[in-house]
Design a protein around this ligand. Structure first.
Ligand SMILES: *[C@@H]1O[C@H](CO)[C@@H](O)[C@H](O)[C@H]1NC(C)=O
Ligand SMILES: *[C@@H]1O[C@H](CO)[C@@H](O)[C@H](O)[C@H]1NC(C)=O
Ligand SMILES: *[C@@H]1O[C@H](CO)[C@@H](O)[C@H](O)[C@H]1NC(C)=O
Length: 452
């Protein structure tokens, strides 16, 4: 009440002072300007001040003090009276957070397992949140990620239903005779060890889901597993349209097996699909040899008697890799992230050298169906020339797609975050999880700055 009054008074005073200033200005400009000192002096004569109107004067003086306070001392550097009035007006209606409205009318319990390093998570993070984690009412989030300089970017996942996160320092996986015979590292950028690390990420995340189920005594209806470096341009398929007797994988990028960048199914089929390390001995026993990641994935489902289907899934895997172009027969296809897709988990990047529709169609149709074909009609995607490293303008290029796929949001920038801010935000993020396992937060943030 008092403050409102003060604000009103200060408004009056401002109006008055403007009026006075105007008078002063006009006087200065006029030939009568010499009269000014006299008239100013007159203001200070006790008689003219009429001090016996003390109520009015008190109000006036308080008004000036209030005005000065608002004008010069208010923290937000208010420089007009409207701002000052707003500043003191109590915030009667704090804007409530938008209530969550799921896209699909399905309340079954779903676990989403996100695995891998958070390399370009400033581009992918919020798309995963929007198109994968916030489309069903009951989606629980699990993350299994090796500690690296990008781990701190995971804070972009902040939001609903964070269940269990495990950020760990990778240790070498045993390359046993069985592993060496069943798996080939041919075509794998990080060799056999890289494949085993990936298998461990996948199976470990599934283990986290199972452990959570045991701890809280319930079972998920569906388990979705995909990668942290996926850029999502549309919502994950609706489970109401899927048959729980099948395991669903992303179409295309088969590499003689099954695309292993995305999979979803019930706990039974998921069990077979995610047992990437534990099924190796059985595969060995069945005489399977020299499998790449994709054919091992297919073999797991086959020997477990789990039928599968390929579906188109609207995401691509952000890659920093440079590839030969025009694409050699056994090369890797890279799409522009601006492709309308669905890209079904094909590699992509913010592309500064896109092919036109004619060439893109030729390239895609030239892919081998059971190898690198992206699983999508050629006219739906734009091929990228990936010979050069990412453009220094990548943020600007990516922003065009981003504004379509995540309307109303901008690609977050984490590069200006200080170590202290990083630690504070990581700590806040950590508190949002039911289960959190990681090296000390300080180490995660220190890692982010060490390698710059
Ligand atoms: C959502 O599901 C409820 C019952 O589960 C049903 O009554 C309702 O019509 C559904 N709404 C839509 C839009 O499908
Ligand atoms: C979402 O689930 C909660 C309980 O888990 C339920 O109270 C709520 O009504 C559900 N909302 C929708 C839109 O289905
Ligand atoms: C597409 O690009 C190719 C090669 O860059 C060019 O020869 C062709 O004329 C272009 N087609 C159209 C329709 O622009």
């Amino acid at each position: 009440m008092v403050t409102t009054l003060l604000a009103q008074v200060s408004f009056l005073c401002k109006a008055l002072s403007i009026h006075m200033l105007k008078n002063v200005e006009t006087r200065q400009e006029s030939p009568m300007a010499v009269e000014l000192p006299e008239s100013v002096m007159a203001w200070f004569k006790g008689k003219d001040l009429r001090l016996h109107y003390w109520v009015a004067w008190t109000v006036l003086v308080l008004g000036f003090i209030a005005y000065g306070y608002f004008e010069f001392l208010v923290p937000q550097n208010c420089d007009n009276i409207q701002c000052a009035v707003d500043y003191f007006r109590p915030d009667v209606s704090p804007k409530p957070a938008d209530p969550f409205v799921p896209l699909y009318n399905d309340t079954r319990r779903i676990a989403v397992c996100l695995v891998g390093g958070a390399r370009m998570f400033e581009i992918t993070g919020r798309t995963i949140r929007k198109h994968l984690l916030d489309v069903y009412n009951n989606t629980d989030v699990f993350v299994h990620s090796p500690l690296d300089m990008d781990s701190h970017k995971l804070t972009l996942l902040a939001g609903r239903n964070l269940r269990a996160a495990k950020i760990f320092i990778p240790t070498p996986q045993a390359e046993t005779t069985i592993v060496n015979e069943v798996i080939t590292s041919w075509g794998s950028p990080h060799g056999l060890q890289g494949l085993l690390q990936y298998f461990n990420l996948v199976e470990g995340c599934y283990g986290m889901v199972k452990q959570y189920e045991v701890q809280y005594r319930f079972k998920y209806d569906w388990i979705i597993r995909t990668r942290v470096d996926g850029y999502w341009s549309g919502p994950v398929p609706d489970i109401a349209q899927l048959d729980p007797n099948y395991y669903y994988v992303a179409a295309g990028s088969d590499f003689h097996g099954l695309n292993d960048r995305f999979g979803m199914g019930n706990p039974h089929t998921s069990g077979a699909a995610n047992a990437r390390l534990t099924l190796l001995p059985l595969m060995h026993q069945r005489g399977l040899r020299k499998l790449n990641s994709e054919s091992a994935y297919k073999a797991q489902l086959d020997i477990s008697g789990v039928p599968y289907k390929r579906i188109q899934v609207p995401f691509c895997v952000m890659t920093l890799r440079q590839e030969a172009y025009p694409k050699p027969a056994w090369g890797l296809l890279v799409l522009s992230m601006a492709s309308r897709g669905p890209m079904s988990g094909t590699y992509c990047r913010p592309c500064d050298k896109e092919e036109n529709a004619t060439v893109s169609e030729q390239v895609v149709n030239g892919c081998m169906r059971d190898w690198d074909w992206p699983g999508v009609a050629a006219r739906e995607v734009t091929v990228c020339d990936p010979r050069k490293p990412w453009s220094t303008e990548w943020r600007k290029i990516a922003a065009e797609s981003y504004s379509i796929d995540v309307p109303g949001e901008e690609i977050p920038s984490l590069s200006s975050r200080s170590v202290l801010q990083c630690i504070a935000e990581m700590q806040d993020f950590q508190r949002q999880w039911d289960v959190w396992e990681s090296p000390p937060i300080e180490q995660i943030c220190a890692q982010a700055y060490r390698e710059r």
